[in-house]
Write a protein that binds this ligand. Structure first.
Ligand code: SAH
Length: 216
């Protein structure tokens, strides 16, 4: 794995840019400094990996923009600690997965496109992230066999909050989910008791859509 001084320098610069825009928890910035984003982007796009932009990862999907990854991780980290179980929907190239693993969270991640599920596994293995567990399936169903999760992070735009995922959120846990078609609101749901949830919104973002079913 080639992570040169130049890559590290560009990564540092990008993180300084992100920190100038929002007061991210230093733990998030530190984790993102340790994960080499250029390894996750398509071969040949290496030189674009440290711009604050989404990039193609194949199968008409994109790796999220670094600012978005920082924000989703920051929001999750306000309620989720090291060693807590997190469910991620939309593994893609597994960059966000690696950032969560780097934070010390125990990640279960679901991807609906087989080629990306395989790409994610390849990238994590290559970088020696051995703790995240990846699953090929439809994220709308979550992973009831491993519930409850202290954190649930959705990395695609959901039409609405999937009820099944709410059921899999631990009491005291937090879900971070972009809601909407076209543009999405970053919605945070905290489960305060068996029946009670609170909701807050954290700005507009643009994600690829959350789709039902799987694709081979
Ligand atoms: N976190 C990823 C973002 C990838 S884009 C990364 O850093 O690369 C969002 C991903 O969500 C896509 O790979 C898409 O295939 C996946 N996705 C969309 N709907 C899904 C669903 N219902 N279940 C699981 N994954 C889904």
């Amino acid at each position: 794995m080639l992570d040169t001084l130049q890559h590290k320098g560009r990564r540092k610069q990008l993180l300084a840019q992100l920190s100038a825009k929002f007061d991210f928890d230093p733990k998030v910035i530190d984790a993102m400094y340790k994960v080499p984003r250029h390894i996750f982007v398509e071969y040949g796009l290496d030189h674009l990996a440290y711009l604050d932009k989404p990039l193609p990862i194949g199968a008409k999907q994109t790796i999220s923009q670094p600012y978005t990854v920082a924000m989703q991780t920051h929001l999750l980290n306000e309620k989720v600690n090291k060693f807590d179980k997190v469910l991620e929907i939309g593994t893609g190239c597994a960059y966000q997965t690696a950032v969560l693993a780097q934070m010390g969270m125990r990640v279960y991640s679901v991807e609906r496109q087989r080629s990306l599920y395989m790409l994610g596994q390849k990238n994590l293995t290559r970088l020696e992230y051995h703790t995240p567990l990846l699953f090929f399936g439809d994220g709308f169903a979550g992973l009831p066999q491993f519930a409850p999760f202290k954190g649930i992070l959705i990395t695609c735009g959901a039409p609405e909050i999937p009820n099944e995922l709410l059921r899999q959120l631990a009491i005291g846990g937090r879900m971070v989910i972009p809601i909407g078609t076209g543009t999405q609101r970053m919605v945070v749901i905290d489960r305060v008791s068996e029946k009670d949830f609170t909701r807050s919104e954290h700005g507009d973002y643009k994600f690829v859509p959350m789709l039902s079913g799987t694709e081979d």
